[in-house]
Design a protein around this ligand. Sequence first.
Ligand SMILES: C[S@@+](CC[C@H](N)C(=O)[O-])C[C@H]1O[C@@H](n2cnc3c(N)ncnc32)[C@H](O)[C@@H]1O
Length: 202
Amino acid sequence: MDHATQRKWDNAVRGYDLMNGHGPERRWAPWKRQLFEAMEGKVLFLAVGTGQDIQFFPPGREITGIDISEGMLAHARSKAERYDGRLELRHLDVHDLDYPEATFDQVFTSCTFCSVPDPVNGLRALRRVLKPGGTIGMFEHTGSRCFPFSLILNLMTPLTRRLGPELNRDTPANVRQAGFVEVRVEPVYLDVVKVIRAVSPG
Ligand SMILES: C[S@@+](CC[C@H](N)C(=O)[O-])C[C@H]1O[C@@H](n2cnc3c(N)ncnc32)[C@H](O)[C@@H]1O
């Protein structure tokens, strides 16, 4: 367990739902809902945070939600109890997944790989637990290809990194580097956020 990252996110819990639960979640709702609609089979959801994403999960699915922060998970539990399906929450670092190889049919992430300290190895860890041909669906903050947002994100990142996320990461490149194939990228909001879909070749 990466305790420095855990502490950083435990400290970010206070005010998280207030800051993110209204504007950003309302704006992103259609994309998240559409992405999660494809959930099928045994699903791993990284990182469930305070549970903001649970409202967008389709009913009746079998989902394991993990997060490195106990503080975040404590807020997610009541939302998880209201989910109309099977939703288990576990305190886990993506780098220390204790599942056997090829456990899951699908993996989903939401605003996660701007935060995981070693994104390529984190993505490789997800590939290990995905079945051959299994899919990953991601809704992620990334660097933008649109000026001046590219510049703004580069300037903001040294500050945001201290609090949690790095806003200018090239997550599609990291997904390819981790060995995923058939990588499809859909830009959202001036390319500041992206929906990324890819397949694990096994
Ligand atoms: C920006 S929050 C996003 C939470 C949630 N998906 C949302 O959209 O509200 C990033 C989350 O990633 C989690 N996280 C960061 N590094 C992690 C790791 N190595 N393993 C598991 N979770 C991690 C943090 O604890 C935090 O809950």
